[in-house]
Design a protein around this ligand. Sequence first.
Ligand code: CA
Length: 226
Amino acid sequence: MRLLLVEDEKKLLNFLVQGLQEQHYAVDTADNGDDGLHWGLNFAYDVIVLDIMLPGKNGYEVCRELRNQRIITPVLMLTARDTVDDRVLGLDSGADDYLVKPFAFRELLARLRALARRDSYQKSTTLTVRDLVLDTISRTARRGEAVIDLSTKEYALLEMLMRHPNQVLSRATIAEHLWNYQDAPDSNVVDVYIRYLRKKIDDDHDEKVIRTVRGTGYQLVDPDQA
Ligand code: CA
């Protein structure tokens, strides 16, 4: 999952970036509204976390502009004030949710998970395809009885595949959602992570869940969703 974080409090920004990266998110940042809008308009994010009081355009303006430009990425607003007017203004400018500062990091994570579920056909915190189960809270996987230990990138890749069963995801699309701008890899790095993942979830099984679609990309095969 790739996330844009727009926040001008440097200490909070750094704390959140570090925490989110440890949790498997690829994070781009902006410390003012104009840059935030630019990033939001030009890159593919799964979630945008948007502070309201910002230098340049404020969070309401950024959100309204994103929606006017048909960016439908879920937006979670961070607000320092908690009045009914603030919340109504935030939601009416196109935000999907809001969080009042100061907030517990755990709650931010839970709200990000909830936003990720919103467009998913799987509403549970565990994703299931055949005998493969991914727990999005503990970030652990099981195939049958076997517990599978995943690195943060392997987890992010598997979650992306499991949220889009039977869709062919190109290497470019996968790279775009798993790495931030700064760490954008060569597309063959995706192949490397697919190989790691296959070793852990497919190699010991006759029924393979990850399929290579030649010349296009990869697909997680779920016969129950076909
Ligand atoms: Ca601020």
